[in-house]
Design a protein around this ligand. Structure first.
Ligand code: SF4
Ligand code: FES
Length: 238
């Protein structure tokens, strides 16, 4: 193992360029460790984003050697066997500066897909009980661990071709709520995900599912949404 990593890091906005740094290689080093070393010891003007460092907050995602990844859980040994790393901001989002992508349109699309829970009970009511064994609860469980990292969104070629497409994370969230027996907003939600810019635009490339660091399958959720939209259309609800 070489003692030094050669790291190319994107600097500037959309019209920026890569700049090269040399970083000491260490045992169990993550890509986020490398970026942090550059910012703390070589170039304090480098902008990047992270919070938890343990795979929970979703804020550290970047493009690493051409693929979107959560950098706090990506070990250098796994992606830079030849001692070279290229790190850039997430694809399919505007670049604010350096490694920081502007996530606003990503989360605006969650809102557009009606990704907010809408219950009917008040604090005066009993808590609604949902059986862990119910089929809908199991479907919701399979999709619910999303950390909003944007990796799937950056990996999606449909988003790249059609910036209006809601994208895998927003649709995965909609699917979670479609399966939440307590939620009362499904008619509106299914209308929101029925159009050409929504679930029907998915070409089932599976890039989101291949890249999701939480091993979720937005592809499966989008397929479920397509079926739910078709059933709603047959019932005259769209
Ligand atoms: S579905 Fe997976 S890749 Fe997409 S935002 Fe959620 S955790 Fe990240
Ligand atoms: S820093 Fe929170 S998921 Fe990576």
């Amino acid at each position: 193992m070489s003692a030094v990593l050669k790291v190319r890091v994107w600097r500037g906005g959309a019209d920026g360029a890569f700049r090269e740094y040399e970083v000491p290689r260490r045992e169990s080093q993550t890509v986020l460790d490398v970026v942090t070393h550059i910012q703390r010891t070589l170039d304090p003007t480098l902008a990047y984003r992270y919070a938890c460092r343990v795979g929970m907050c979703g804020s550290c995602a970047m493009t690493v050697n051409g693929a979107p990844r959560w950098t706090c859980r990506t070990h250098v040994d796994k992606v830079a066997g030849d001692g070279r790393l290229t790190v850039g901001p997430l694809r399919n989002l505007p670049v604010i500066r350096d490694l920081v992508a502007d996530m606003r349109e990503f989360f605006d699309k969650w809102a557009h897909a009606r990704g907010q829970f809408r219950g009917a009970r008040t604090r005066a009511d009993d808590v609604e009980r949902v059986s862990p064994q119910s089929a809908a609860r199991r479907r919701a469980d399979a999709a619910i661990e999303c950390i909003g990292c944007g990796v799937c969104y950056a990996a999606c070629d449909v988003v790249a071709a059609n910036p209006d497409y809601l994208g895998p994370a927003a649709l995965n969230r909609a699917w979670t709520l479609v399966n939440d027996a307590r939620d009362t907003g499904n008619d509106e939600r299914l209308r929101a995900v029925a159009g050409d810019g929504a679930s029907l635009a998915c070409h089932t490339h599976m890039s989101c599912t291949e890249r999701c660091p939480k091993a979720l399958s937005p592809t499966a959720g989008i397929a479920g949404l397509k079926r739910a939209v078709a059933r709603a259309a047959l019932r005259g609800k769209l």
